[in-house]
Design a protein around this ligand. Structure first.
Ligand code: FAD
Length: 498
C-alpha cells in the first residue's frame, strides 16, 4: 500500500479501542481528516475495550443527570432505581484514596470535571448506556446502587466497540486492521509527521500532520512486565487483548517522550487459574472471581494473605491479582460455605471454572490442589474463632463485621466458614492494564523529557501515565480514555490547522 491508499490523512490515530475511537471522532468533528491503524485483525479489533464490562465512572447529582444518558428508562423502571448521588468530591476522594494520593492533580481534575460532559458527548455520538445492575442490592423491591457506578455500556465492551466504530464510520473515519504501527516519523526539527506501519507484510511510511497514540499499555508483553513490574509478572495471565505490547510507549520514548506514572504498578485481579494466557472474547471478563469479600482466600500453605474485606470490592479488586501473584506458585483458593454460596456472582457459574465442593472442611482441604491440608485446617479454625458477630452482616456497606487477633485481619463481611456444603475456586493473577506510560499536557500533547510538547504528537488511554498509582476506582479507565481522547482529538485538529 502507498500513502495514497491511506488517503493522506491530517491525523493518524494508533489503536482502535475506546480511547482511540474518542480521539478519532473528536478530531474529525473538529475538522481534521482522520484514519485509525489497528494492530489486530478485524476479528479481534477493539483492544481491551472489547473485553470490558463497560463501566464508566463520572459524577452525577441524581437521576436528573442520568436521564439524558439513559432516555430509554421508563417511569416504571425509574421508580425501582435508587442511584443515590456521586459528587465530584466523592470522585476526587476515591481517586486520592485509591492511588495513595499520588494521582497527578491536574489530570485528576480534568478527569473529574470533564467526565460527565464526555458521557453526554458519547451518548450524542450513538453510544448507549444502561443501569449498572451488577452494582446494586435489592432492598424492598428497589435496586440500590453502590460504589458510584451508575451506568454501564449497553452490550458491555463488545457493544461499546460496535457503537463507537459505527460512529467512526458515520464520520468517514477508516479503520485499517492488521496494520500495526512500528515507529513515528519525525522531520529534521523533531516534529512528528507520520507513522511507519506494517501493512500486508510490507513496511510503509504514512504521512500525516499529527499522530495520536492510543494503543494501550504493556500488559500483554511478558518481557516488559518482568522488566517493569518485577520478577514473576511474566507469569501473569492477560485478561484482555494480546496486542497491547507496549509499542505506543516504546515509540513515544524513542521520540523523546517523558516516561511518567507508576511503571512498577498495574491493575490486576483474581482470575481463573486455568484461563488461557490471553483474554478469550467468548468468555470476556467472566474469568474474574470477584465475590472474594465474602470468602477467605488461602495460598499453598493454606494461609490467608490479604484482608479480603478491606473495602468494597470495586476499591480492592484491582490490587488483589498482585497479592495472589506474590504467593507461592502464584495461586489462591477462594473458600465459601452455604451462607455465602448463594451470593456468588454470575462469573462463578461459567463452565470454565476450577472448582471443588465438599461436605466438610476436612474433605475440602484434601481437594484443593496444591494446598497444605493441615495448614488450611489450622487457618480456617483460627479464622472462625476470630470472627466477631456483634456487627450485622451487610454486603451493601463496609459493615465493620471483622475478625480480631489475626495476623491478617478481615475488616468487613467476616462470617464463619462452617456450614456445608463448601465450595472452593482456584485463582491466579489476571493482569488488566499497566499504570506507567508517557506524560501529556492538559491539552493531551505528549511532553518531551525537556518538558516541552513534542510537536504533532498526542496521546490518550492506557499508555498515558500519571492518573493511576497502586490501585484504581472501577470505571475510571474507560472514562479517562474518553475524556483525554476528546481533548487529544481537538488538540490534534487544532495543530493541523496551524
Ligand atoms: C477484562 C477487562 C475488563 C475491564 N473492565 C473495565 C470497565 O468495566 N471499566 C473501565 O473503565 N475499564 C475496564 N477495563 C480497563 C479498560 O480496558 C481500559 O481502561 C480501556 O478499555 C482502555 O482503552 P484504550 O483505548 O486505552 O486501550 P485498548 O482498548 O486496549 O485499545 C488499544 C488498541 O491499540 C491497539 N494496538 C496496540 N498496539 C498497536 C500498534 N502497534 N499499532 C496499532 N494498534 C495497536 C490494540 O490492538 C487495541 O485495539 C477492563 C479491562 C479488561 C481487560
Amino acid at each position: 500500500m502507498s500513502n495514497t491508499d491511506f488517503g493522506n490523512p491530517d491525523v493518524i490515530v494508533i489503536g482502535a479501542g475506546n480511547a482511540a475511537a474518542c480521539a478519532a471522532i473528536s478530531a474529525r468533528q473538529a475538522g481534521a481528516s482522520v484514519i485509525m491503524l489497528e494492530a489486530a485483525p478485524q476479528a479481534e479489533c477493539g483492544g481491551n475495550t472489547r473485553f470490558t464490562g463497560g463501566g464508566f465512572r463520572f459524577p452525577f447529582k441524581g437521576i436528573a443527570d442520568l436521564e439524558p444518558l439513559m432516555p430509554e428508562l421508563t417511569d416504571a423502571e425509574k421508580a425501582k432505581l435508587d442511584f443515590g448521588v456521586y459528587t465530584e468530591e466523592n470522585y476526587y476522594d476515591d481517586m486520592g484514596r485509591q492511588t495513595n494520593y499520588r494521582t497527578d492533580p491536574e489530570m485528576c481534575e480534568i478527569l473529574v470535571t470533564q467526565s460527565y460532559d464526555a458521557m453526554l458527548w458519547l451518548r450524542k455520538n450513538g453510544v448507549k448506556f444502561e443501569p449498572t445492575y451488577q452494582h446494586t442490592v435489592k432492598v424492598d423491591g428497589i435496586f440500590k446502587f453502590w460504589g458510584g457506578l451508575a451506568c454501564v455500556m449497553w452490550g458491555g465492551g463488545p457493544g461499546l466497540v460496535e457503537l463507537e466504530h459505527k460512529a467512526c464510520a458515520r464520520e468517514g473515519i477508516k479503520i485499517f486492521c492488521d496494520t500495526p504501527a512500528i515507529g513515528l516519523l519525525q522531520d529534521a526539527k523533531g516534529h512528528v509527521c507520520g507513522v511507519s506501519a506494517q501493512s500486508n507484510g510490507d513496511n510503509v511510511d504514512i504521512r500525516a500532520k499529527a499522530v495520536i497514540l492510543a494503543c494501550g499499555g504493556f500488559e500483554a508483553s511478558g518481557e516488559m512486565r518482568a522488566r517493569y513490574l518485577g520478577p514473576g509478572w511474566d507469569l501473569a495471565k492477560v485478561r484482555g487483548s494480546r496486542y497491547n505490547q507496549g509499542a505506543g510507549i516504546r515509540m513515544a520514548l524513542d521520540a523523546g517522550a517523558m516516561p511518567y506514572g507508576h511503571y512498577s504498578g498495574c491493575h490486576s485481579v483474581p482470575w481463573e487459574l486455568n484461563a488461557p494466557l490471553f483474554g478469550d472474547l467468548r468468555v470476556g471478563d467472566q474469568f474474574q472471581k470477584h465475590s472474594y469479600p465474602f470468602c477467605i482466600m488461602v495460598n499453598a500453605n493454606g494461609e490467608r494473605f490479604a484482608d479480603e474485606g478491606a473495602d468494597l470490592r470495586i476499591f480492592t479488586y484491582a490490587k488483589f491479582g498482585g497479592a495472589i501473584l506474590r504467593q507461592p506458585d502464584h495461586f489462591a483458593w477462594q473458600v465459601y460455605d452455604a451462607k455465602t454460596i448463594p451470593m456468588l456472582r454470575p462469573e462463578y457459574k461459567i463452565k470454565q471454572v476450577t472448582k471443588v465442593t465438599a461436605n466438610s472442611l476436612e474433605e475440602l482441604s484434601k481437594k484443593m490442589s496444591g494446598v497444605d491440608a493441615q495448614g488450611f485446617m489450622r487457618e480456617v479454625t483460627a479464622y472462625n474463632n476470630a470472627v466477631q458477630t456483634t456487627a450485622k452482616f451487610d454486603p451493601l456497606i463496609r459493615d465493620g463485621r471483622c475478625t480480631t487477633g489475626l495476623k491478617v485481619p478481615k475488616s468487613n463481611w467476616a462470617q464463619t466458614i462452617d456450614q456445608p456444603p463448601f465450595e472452593a475456586y482456584a485463582t491466579t493473577c489476571g493482569i488488566t492494564f499497566t499504570f506507567g506510560g508517557i506524560k501529556i499536557t492538559r491539552d493531551a500533547e505528549v511532553e518531551s523529557v525537556s518538558g516541552r510538547p513534542i510537536p504533532g504528537l498526542f496521546a490518550t488511554g492506557e499508555l498515558v501515565g500519571g492518573l493511576f498509582y497502586h490501585n484504581y476506582p472501577a470505571g475510571a479507565g474507560l472514562m479517562g480514555g474518553s475524556v483525554f481522547g476528546r481533548i487529544a482529538g481537538r488538540s490534534a485538529a487544532s495543530h493541523v490547522k496551524k
